[in-house]
Design a protein around this ligand. Structure first.
Ligand SMILES: [Zn+2]
Length: 331
């Protein structure tokens, strides 16, 4: 049985088949001009399976494919689907460069290098780092994604733009943080908000703490203002807005707590490296605590460095170079 949720008369969310690893939800808008919000990968759901689902909903074609951000699990299938249906592909204007790149089927679109370099510095700051990069990209794509078709005629959108679907319309909110091209999609008619990989799913932050904080606050404000019923994540089941809003508030608070803890720690202990701060910064509910990411990707250190960057930017702390180590101190 397909895991298909009907959220309103016009809107469905299709969860990936199987474990759903490395592929995201596909949202289907049944309108005069039918549309998808995110489209998964060419293995999962794949083109043929998706067509079967669309047929079961009496949808014959797709006119617009909207991408919440250019991570492969959300957009890898876009080129193939666009060609099949003659559909437009719509993404934030910052996505342009990524999607136009000939080889957009690479891990480069994940912006994971920042994280991977941080996690495995010995591998990625050495002479052979280009070789490791290529090997990881090729292997990962081969296993997870299969062939990718380039996207022709990408349509760039930005904050406040309306996407017309004939008898239906969607509004674009720019919500950077998880990536620099993340958008959320507001559906006022059905009172839905599609949030891509904004929290609580993501353990990663690819831009800055301030972006993240502002985007989370913005999503909360819109959810209130438009009496949103369901908030639809890029992964896992859509959540009732009451549940998701509580999650968002908790994470906003977690972020504030983390910064306060860093400042307190520096007040008590003087000068410290990011690594020395690790055991003291996070509450149990913080995304950096997700076990698998914590072990394999060392997300705790990654997040602390983001907080430190933010505190430095706010001129509350400053960094000192000591040999190969960076230490931090209160101003
Ligand atoms: Zn993502």
């Amino acid at each position: 049985m397909p895991k298909l949720y009907q959220l309103s008369k016009n809107v469905y969310t299709l969860l990936p088949r199987g474990s759903g690893f490395a592929t995201a939800n596909v949202n289907i808008i049944k309108a005069k001009k039918p549309a998808l919000i995110d489209c998964g990968s060419s293995y999962n759901p794949g083109v043929n399976y998706l067509i079967k689902i669309l047929k079961s909903l009496k949808i014959e074609t797709i006119k617009k494919i909207i991408i919440t951000h250019t991570h492969m699990d959300h957009c890898q299938n876009a080129g193939k689907l666009a060609e099949r249906f003659g559909a437009e592909v719509i993404a934030h204007k910052n996505a342009n460069n990524t999607l136009k790149r000939r080889e957009y089927n690479t891990l480069d679109t994940f912006e994971f290098w920042e994280l991977i370099e941080e996690t495995y510095p010995r591998l990625f700051h050495g002479r052979l780092s280009w070789l490791y990069r290529r090997l990881i990209i090729m292997g990962y794509n081969f296993i997870m994604y299969g062939g990718t078709k380039p996207i022709n005629g990408l349509i760039a959108v930005d904050e406040g733009d309306i996407i017309e679907l004939g008898d239906y319309e969607l509004e674009v909110l720019f919500t950077p943080g998880h990536s620099n091209d993340s958008i959320s999609i507001l559906d006022r008619q059905s009172k839905l908000l599609f949030t891509g990989d904004m929290i609580p799913w993501t353990p990663y932050i690819h831009t800055t703490i301030e972006d993240f904080r502002q985007s989370v606050s913005k999503i909360l404000a819109y959810a209130e203002k438009y009496h949103i019923k369901f908030m639809v994540r890029g992964h896992l089941k859509p959540q009732p807005a009451s549940v998701e809003k509580a999650n968002y508030r908790m994470f906003l608070d977690d972020m504030d707590q983390a910064e306060k803890r860093i400042l307190n720690l520096l007040k008590r202990r003087g000068v410290l490296t990011a690594k020395e701060m690790m055991p003291y910064i996070f509450r149990r509910s913080h995304f950096a605590h997700q076990l698998i990411y914590r072990i394999f990707m060392r997300t705790q250190l990654f997040w602390i460095k983001k907080y430190l960057q933010n505190l430095e930017h706010k001129k509350l702390i400053r960094s000192l170079k000591e040999g190969s180590k960076t230490k931090y101190v209160l101003i």
